[in-house]
Design a protein around this ligand. Structure first.
Ligand code: HEM
Length: 261
């Protein structure tokens, strides 16, 4: 009995210490597991930002970094530069956590900084990661191909929001599996050069999916999408992109520096 209370005390001390030390959320786990909420928040920097004096901007950049640190125990944030490749927006954040509320709390704090107040939030997409729907019914050789390790350290990101039509959702699961097998057959050539992640958005947004890709080979990505536009499943894509986000994966510091020039 005594041992048990000692163990409980130690466990509590470890948790308290980790919280006090500002332990960071397990990013790898959040990026792998089902049941994780993601928010893509896309921003354009307003003119008032460049009109502020250097010191105000430097102080605000420091505040932005503090907001990232403050929420680091609950959320994992990835940062991407769009400026130069998009007229619509300058950068976007991909936020993951176990509770949509944590994504919101972080973004509210971020948008409350002086930098945040100068931004226009051009788009937001919300989704959740889920267990695979169709792959478990695929033939073993295709399942084995899908285990090809994805590329690491790619410079480019592409995000494509997708909405399916009513016929897609009204189709029996087996028929959808057949079409998704055809989709997947068209993609295997690109497994080595394109890393992907799928988010389900039905009911959480005006979308059904947020599709996310990282690659060093945009030519491959272009060929991949062209191949997918030629499979039957494409008849059911009511919305594909609009907007498509093409950017580069860059650390927060670099993005803040570029946007402060
Ligand atoms: C290397 C490239 C790709 C591979 C290997 C791939 C493979 C797959 C697989 C295996 C699934 C089924 C997941 C499951 O079992 O639930 C899937 C779903 C999906 N893929 Fe792809 N895909 C690729 C690229 C793309 C691209 C470029 C797009 C569109 C821009 C796309 C859009 C989708 C969508 C919307 C779904 C969800 C369909 C649904 O659940 O109804 N995929 N993909």
């Amino acid at each position: 009995m005594r041992n048990r209370s000692v163990l409980a005390f130690i466990a509590l001390a470890v948790v308290t210490f980790a919280q006090a030390a500002g332990a960071e959320v397990d990013r790898e786990k959040l990026l792998k597991e089902p049941g994780v909420y993601a928010t893509f928040a896309v921003f354009k920097v307003g003119d008032q930002w460049s009109q502020m004096d250097k010191e105000t901007r430097a102080n605000s950049v420091a505040d932005v970094k503090k907001v990232f640190q403050k929420h680091a125990d609950k959320i994992a944030v990835d940062t991407y530069l769009l400026r130069g490749l998009s007229e619509r927006a300058d950068f976007f954040l991909r936020v993951h956590s176990k509770e949509m509320l944590d994504n919101q709390n972080f973004l509210v704090d971020f948008m409350g900084t002086t930098f945040g107040k100068s931004l226009k939030n051009t788009d937001s997409f919300n989704g959740i990661t889920k267990a695979l729907n169709y792959v478990p019914k695929f033939p073993e050789d295709l399942k084995a191909e899908l285990k090809t390790p994805p590329p690491q350290g790619s410079p480019y990101v592409v995000v494509v929001p997708v909405r399916k039509d009513a016929d897609w959702w009204l189709m029996p699961q087996e028929a959808r599996t057949t079409l998704m097998k055809e989709h997947t057959d068209a993609t295997v050539l690109y497994l080595k050069t394109v890393k992907r992640k799928l988010y389900h958005s039905s009911g959480l947004d005006d979308l059904d999916f947020i599709t996310y890709f990282e690659t060093a080979k945009l030519d491959d990505f272009n060929n991949l999408v062209t191949a997918l536009l030629q499979v039957k499943e494409n008849h059911h894509n009511k919305r594909f992109g609009e907007p498509t986000l093409l950017g580069t994966i860059r650390p927060l510091d670099e993005i803040l520096e570029i946007l402060s020039r």
